[in-house]
Design a protein around this ligand. Sequence first.
Ligand code: PLP
Length: 367
Amino acid sequence: MSNFPFTTTLASLPTTIPFVGPDTHERLSGIKFRARIGANENGFGPSPKAQQAMIDSITDVWKYGDSDNFSLRTALARHHDIPIENIVVGEGIDGLLGLVCRMFVSPGRNVVTTNGAYPTFNFQVTGNGGKLHFVDMKNDHEDLDSIVTKAAQTDAVLAYISNPNNPMGTWHEGDVLNRITSNIPQNTMMVLDEAYIEFAPQNTILPIDVTNRQLMRFRTFSKAYAMAGARIGYCIAHADLICEMEKLRNHFGVNRPAQFGALAALEDQEYLQGIVSAVNQGKSELGRIAAKHGLSAIKSATNFLSIDCGRDDKFARMIVQELGKVGIFIRMGWAPPQSRCIRVSVGTSQEHQWFDEALSNVLSNLQ
Ligand SMILES: *Cc1c(COP(=O)(O)O)cnc(C)c1O
């Protein structure tokens, strides 16, 4: 490989991917998942109006999408009661996190995140040559004060926080976050990943202040709006930051069906509310299943439940693997002590029932 003129950063990177996708797992094992409840996809599916909008847009798919995402940004601006200048639309939060890392991270720069938090962010930091500094969770919650302290100690350019948090589903109230954003070191940008915010209690949502120059918020249509495969999300930030993003972003990266689908999904808030209550019911159901097997679920403000298996990561991994063998796709925490937990996304009652039966078999075999 040494004769390829790669960048120094790329040449130094190991071959890793943050997530092996469910389709890859199926291909590798030859087993089709009957319960796909491991990637926090929302199996209830998008609003019928969003589906229709995407179908209707297909004939026009020969056209590039609108590079300004103008209609969607206008609707988002209205929805959040902020100016359109404070919104950029991109290829999901993952795409936007990559963009933010390109904006701020270069070899030798420092970034703070939580040990065992969202790995795709880390992947983007490392891909730009940045150095990651980790803070441990505290009682399965992101430890915001330690994140701020670590950012100051390392002179970090970015500090990543997710609220609610993946993989634990735990969350902080807006008031707490507010205090943190005002303490963040002067040279640090706070990256607030709100992938699950629509599922969270109202007081979790930090009021939107687009005059804050140190906060970038990331939202998606993948989770509550059930459009993961459409790849569309957005960032809310100070207008000057959005202007800088314009210099780097992939202007035609968002596909046309996704633009129309997201617009229709956003306009169907009634459907979204229905999803949120269905997900809450689903979480209760999964919680009862966990309890039945003597396991305790961690209270979650997302569309998944982390279930404490009461032992170490080896035990949790065994459960994940054994369930996979019988077509039940779930995941687990990424770093100790959170990796003692399995992570199960809300699915249909049928999927929950299969999970219940398979878990029962696995646990009795592993005793
Ligand atoms: C699912 C998830 C994302 C990915 O969002 P996309 O918009 O699909 O890229 C980002 N952050 C967290 C914490 C997630 O769980």
